[in-house]
Design a binder for this molecule. Structure first.
Ligand code: ZN
Ligand code: ZN
Length: 555
């Protein structure tokens, strides 16, 4: 028995040593072909252009220069049919979805504001009263990402590198900087309209870095305010837009007509908050982003860093003048020049091919109802707030419940279920009564019980979008869907929040490191951006990600 065992052991030993020799031999030839480390870009630059509809890539294409949008489209990979898979399509939701690969139902950011029944008030998406402003005495810094319930791709990059990768985010809007930067950003910076400076909060740091103080000390807003807003090219060449003087455009303060030139000089040193409504607001943000690169040594450590830039002026201009205005066309022609400059700067500092760049938007925009009416297109403005007032009095009459509705926000009615219970009334009946009332109103396509959406007579696509926008703790009871082209306001200007393509079809273009140039018309979603970045970087997807990797764009 012992001998048998010994023989067996010797045989095994011999076999092992033979295979070990074989391994050594084959390793000798194979070793050089395996890279020692995973290849990653030096820097990722994510850019969200606030309110940029997909069609702007092409509507102004013939007027773009070689180095901006044209370079992006031709050198990059464009997922042409990228949609937002939820509604309402608002800024905070868009920024969260791009960077988390998730939807409001999961990431919790269901609007710029939402109603909190416990607090009895609206909550702002990035408000945080437990932190302090850094860089100003204003309250503009009482902000953090604490309401975001999941991680971002930027958080995942930080964790994947054991926090050696740096993440810097910037935007004129606080939410445009904070949500992309995630919970663990090294610095998220946004604009303080009171001082004209970039600021942050104690969530990130106790004091501004020296380079941010130096940047603020340049007082660049004064430079931008030193000129009135005239068109970049002769105004007669703006043939993609309607005439300049339209009554449905919103005026700047002190203006009699919404026409060029818009007199900005008068606001120098006085009204820094107007910076957001000037095309130079984008230039200013990109100057800050450029300054961050050498100051933070981005792309130099051997770990992949991330610079998240969100350009907000496009949104303010779009709201005020609409997507068919000369002001909007001019803003994109200027942005194209800024992009060319920015790409040139990245080529110079990080090196062409060493950075991964993507550009997308947080949402699109509805045509100004006045413009649509003028051109015989289906459209209208609605004072939806009046529905709350009317319904309140009808419910009081019918069910004897006072103030049964807390509020109407994010296209949703929110009932005060305690008030209904106290009045011993039937919540389901009141809800159905409200739906029956709403569907009779002009401009309302449908109104549905969100918590029972499965039984609603709606297309699957709409059910999916409403469900993805519904968070059990933060959302309302009845969702109001407007007719296409309708906007819930009677004031001049326009907005966005709808499920329709004009609000939900966004650009999605990747360029640079690891990206195979090309184009697809396959349907993709905003939620696919973060998992695609994760795949390119070989890092974990964000914790609430439901997106899919856009495999066609990976080299
Ligand atoms: Zn926005
Ligand atoms: Zn907006």
């Amino acid at each position: 028995m012992k001998i048998k065992l010994l023989c067996f052991s010797l045989a095994v030993l011999f076999a092992n040593s033979v295979s070990a020799q074989k391994t050594v031999k084959s390793n000798k030839t194979a070793t050089p072909s395996y890279p020692q480390t995973i290849a990653r870009p030096k820097l990722v630059v994510g850019m969200v252009v606030d309110q940029m509809r997909w069609d702007y890539l092409y509507r102004f294409y013939s007027r773009y220069g070689q180095g901006g949008f044209k370079r992006l489209i031709n050198e990059g990979f464009s997922a042409e049919n990228t949609l937002i898979p939820y509604t309402p399509t608002l800024t905070a939701c868009g920024h969260s979805s791009v960077y988390t690969g998730s939807v409001p139902a999961i990431n919790g950011i269901i609007g710029n504001n939402w109603f909190d029944p416990q607090l009895g008030r609206d909550v702002y998406c990035v408000e945080d009263k437990s932190v302090s402003t850094v860089g100003s005495t204003s309250k503009a810094g009482l902000m953090s990402p604490k309401n975001l319930l999941v991680t971002t791709v930027t958080d995942e990059l930080r964790m994947a590198s054991n926090f050696r990768s740096k993440v810097i985010s910037v935007s004129l809007k606080d939410r445009g900087a904070i949500l992309p930067g995630g919970h663990t950003a090294n610095g998220s910076y946004w604009y303080d309209g009171a001082t004209g400076n970039f600021i942050t909060s104690t969530h990130y740091m106790q004091q501004l870095p020296a380079w941010v103080n130096d940047f603020n000390a340049k007082k660049l807003p004064n430079k931008y305010f030193s000129e009135d807003w005239n068109t970049l090219y002769p105004i007669a060449t703006y043939t993609e837009s309607t005439a300049d003087d339209k009554p449905y455009e919103r005026l700047f303060k002190d203006e009699k007509t919404a026409t060029f030139p818009h007199l900005f000089k008068q606001y120098a040193n006085k009204n820094y908050s107007l910076m957001t409504s000037m095309p130079q607001g984008n230039t200013f943000t990109l100057e800050f982003a450029k300054a961050a690169i050498p100051a933070e040594k981005l792309g130099q450590s051997g770990n992949t860093d991330f610079l998240a830039v969100s350009l907000s002026s496009t949104d303010y201009v779009g709201h005020q003048f609409g997507p068919n205005s000369i002001e909007l066309e001019d803003t994109y022609l200027r942005l194209d020049k800024d992009l060319e400059d920015f790409f040139g700067y990245l080529d110079k500092t990080i090196g062409k091919g060493n950075y991964l760049f993507f550009l997308t938007a947080d949402h699109g925009v509805t045509h100004v109802p006045g413009f649509s009416k003028e051109n015989k297109l289906p459209s209208g403005g609605l004072a939806t707030k009046k529905y709350k007032t009317e319904l309140d009095s009808l419910i009081l009459k019918e069910f004897k419940v006072k103030d049964a509705i807390f509020t109407l926000i994010n296209n949703q009615l929110i009932f005060d279920t305690d008030a209904i219970k106290d009045a011993k009334a039937d919540y389901s009946k009141i809800k159905q009564f409200s739906i029956d009332y709403l569907v009779k109103q002009e401009g309302v396509l449908n109104a549905v019980d969100i918590k029972n959406i499965g039984n609603a007579s709606l297309s699957q696509d709409l059910k999916m979008k409403i469900t993805n926008g519904y968070n059990a703790r933060r959302s309302g009871d009845v969702y109001i869907i407007l007719d296409a082209g309708w906007y819930p306001s009677l004031s001049p200007g326009t907005g966005h929040a709808a499920w329709n393509p004009y609000d939900s079809h966004i650009p999605n273009v990747f360029m640079g490191w690891g990206v195979k140039p090309g184009k697809t018309n396959k349907e993709y979603y905003m939620t696919d951006i973060a998992p695609t970045v994760s795949a390119l970087l070989h890092i974990q997807q964000p914790s609430g990600s439901i997106g899919k990797v856009i495999t066609e764009l990976i080299k």
